[in-house]
Each structure stands twice: as C-alpha cells, then as structure tokens.
Ligand binder design. Structure first.
Ligand SMILES: Nc1nc2c(c(=O)[nH]1)N[C@H]1C(S)=C(S)[C@@H](COP(=O)(O)O)O[C@H]1N2
Ligand SMILES: [Mo]
Length: 354
C-alpha cells in the first residue's frame, strides 16, 4: 500500500495533562513509529527542564549512593532494542460494561528503538544490599489526584528480577535521537514486556527498598480489580497481554469485490507471537495470516498480512486472534476490571463488500 504524505495528527483525549493516541490506522506500521505519531500518556503537566534534569540518583538499600549524569551514561556500555510500548488502558473504550478513565481506542500503542544503559549495570555500581527487595523509579512530574489529598510524583516500582533484567534500560535515545521531551527527555526507564506505566519518563531517582512500594501509581492505579463491588482478586498490572490490531481495512469500511490485503500488528509480553489467525465469517472458520518479524527484536510487534480474495458481495465480520509462545491466545471477551486495564479480546471489524 502507498501512503500519502500528510502531516501527523494524534488523536486528542485530553490536553492538560496531554494524552493523545497514535493514528494507528493511518501510517505504515514499521519497526519505528515516526515522531509525531507516537502516543502520549501523561498523568500530570510536563515537568520543568533544568540542569538537575540531567542527573539521576541511586539510593536506599545500596552500599554506595550514587548520582549518574546524562554525560556519564552516554559513555557507558549500551544496548539498543526495539520495544512496543502499550498503555495498559489501550482499547479501554471497548469494554462493554463501561469503565471510568481515558477512553482509549486502539492507538495507545507505539514502537521505537530505545538506546540506553542496562539498569542492572547502574545497580551493580551502587551495590545492592541483601535487604534489597524492590526498586522505585520517580519521574520529575508531580501533581494532585482526584481520589486522595496531597501531591505525588509519578513513581513506580519493579521487583528485583525485572530491575536486574539485562534489557531493562535507563534510556537516553529514541530512534537514534535524544528522547523527545514529551517522551521523557533526557532519561527514561524502558521496561520491555510490561505495560507502559512501568517505563517512567523524566527519571529523577532510583531508590532501592527493603519493602514493597505503596505509592498510588503502584497500589491504587494499575491494579486489576475484577469485582464490581468487592476488593477480592486484585492483582498488579505487569506483563502485556497477547493482543492484535487490524490496521486495514477499518471497521465499517465499504469495499469492492476483488483482492483485499488485510493487515495489522500483533504483540505480547510473554514470549513471542507464534501465529495470527483470521476469520472472515464471524468465527465459524479460521485461516492463518502471514507473519513478518523484525529479526532479533523479541520485544517488537509483528506485522501480519492476509490476501483475501472476495467475490461474493455482502456483509462480513472479520476477526483476528494472536497466539504466543506461552500458549496465550486472545480471548473472546477480555477480563473486565474496574479501571479497564489489559483489554485484549479477539479483534473484530465489520465490512461490507459491494
Ligand atoms: N514520569 C512519568 N512517566 C510515565 C508516565 C507519566 O505520567 N509520568 N505515564 C506512564 C504511562 S501510563 C505510559 S502508558 C507511558 C507512555 O509513554 P509515552 O508518553 O512516551 O508514550 O509512560 C509512562 N511513564
Ligand atoms: Mo499507560
């Protein structure tokens, strides 16, 4: 398909704080989401940039508290990895039992090549004490909440194993350039396989705790609450669910008979995508789509395509379901939870062939 040259337009969900989705149906979904098409998710107004923004501290349960400067990081051994970043609220608008929160459609997802220093290396310099249990990351942005009094920074924690994973990065570049300001310049955390809330922007401090972190973005938000009126069964939002999006055709399209290239993306936080199946008859039968992978990029989405020869006019329900190497498959209905996280039901569109 050829794409016309147009100026990028994000889909605005709120302006203060700025929340915008990627126009996922209207550009070529290659390895890298072009700047200006990358979704933006903020809880607060943007932090002010100053000299201090270029330093990140490490303290808490470490042998030596340290401060790393942006410059120091640029000269340390680095990694460059393509990572799909998906907001856990992506597709929230699709829950049939409506939930409160930003009504994201399918565009709270983007992808880029992030370069940075493995967090593990920084933690090793500081030296973890045996009491270390979680690592807390605070951003430079802060503000108030509607559900409790006080001012809070945006802060999140990771368990030690994820903090020490060699691909968890303190990143300083996106797609070969310094990270754009709105995406966390100068330094942000990148946590592959976890939903986007873990990848803290405008990183200010790294604090090692001997206990569990209980900040509101850890224990109030980003928790699956499956009960409508009970607190039972709560669990934290972590790994990205296996998922897919049909990019073309769009829902409710009118199409001509002939050959239609159906295409889209699929991604998962558990292993890798093994196959993508389509149904052209509302789920009665399934066919396999062709899967195109970025070589050596286990955290990148895959592109899939299917050549659909359709001669019969009529209305069609097209479904898409992805499966991953952990045996996870998109369910018929997503598991409902009070705050609407992790929606990953089988993707579906309706088209009319005339
Ligand atoms: N400091 C800070 N980091 C943050 C956030 C934030 O509001 N402040 N939002 C988080 C959420 S919920 C998501 S989905 C991603 C969005 O990253 P992006 O705006 O670069 O797309 O950043 C995460 N990191
Ligand atoms: Mo998010």
């Amino acid at each position: 398909m050829r794409w016309p040259h147009i100026e990028p337009h994000l889909i605005t969900r709120s302006l203060v704080p700025e929340n915008q989705e990627s126009p996922i149906h209207f550009f070529s979904l290659a390895a890298v989401t072009p700047e200006g098409f990358f979704y933006i998710r903020n809880h607060f107004s943007y932090p002010m940039l100053s000299e201090e923004s270029f330093a990140v501290t490490i303290d808490g349960e470490v042998r030596n508290s340290l401060t790393f400067h942006y410059r120091d990081l640029l000269s340390m051994p680095s990694k460059e990895i393509a990572v799909t970043l998906e907001c856990s609220g992506n597709k929230r608008a699709r829950f049939k039992l409506k939930v409160y929160g930003i009504q994201w459609e399918e565009g709270a997802i983007s992808q880029g090549v992030w370069k940075g220093v493995p967090l593990r290396d920084l933690l090793n310099y500081a030296g973890l004490k045996p009491t270390a249990r979680e690592v807390v990351f605070a951003g430079r942005d802060c503000g108030t909440r509607t559900d409790m009094a006080g001012t809070y920074p945006y802060a999140r924690s990771l368990p030690l194993d994820k903090a020490l994973h060699p691909d968890t990065l303190v990143a300083y570049e996106l797609n070969g350039q310094p990270i754009p300001y709105k995406h966390g310049y100068p330094l942000r955390l990148i946590v592959p396989q976890w939903y986007g809330m873990a990848s803290v922007k405008w990183l200010r401090s790294i604090t090692v705790l001997d206990a569990r972190f209980t900040g509101p973005f850890q224990v109030v938000d980003y928790v699956y609450e499956p009960g409508t009126d009970s607190d039972d069964g709560k669990s934290p939002v972590t790994l990205v669910h296996v998922n897919s999006t049909i990019q073309f055709p769009m829902d409710r399209s009118l199409l001509d008979t002939g050959t239609i290239q159906i295409c889209g993306i699929a991604w998962t936080g558990t292993g890798f995508i093994t196959d993508v199946e389509l149904s052209l008859n509302g789920g009665e039968s399934w066919v396999s789509a062709d899967v195109h992978r970025l070589p050596n990029q286990p955290y990148a989405w895959i592109l899939w395509t299917y050549r659909w020869d359709v001669s019969q006019q009529g209305e069609y329900a097209i479904l898409c379901r992805a499966r991953d190497s952990y045996g996870n498959i998109q369910p018929a209905a997503a598991s409902w939870n009070k705050k609407g996280y992790g929606y990953n039901a089988i993707s579906s569109i309706n088209v009319k062939v005339e």
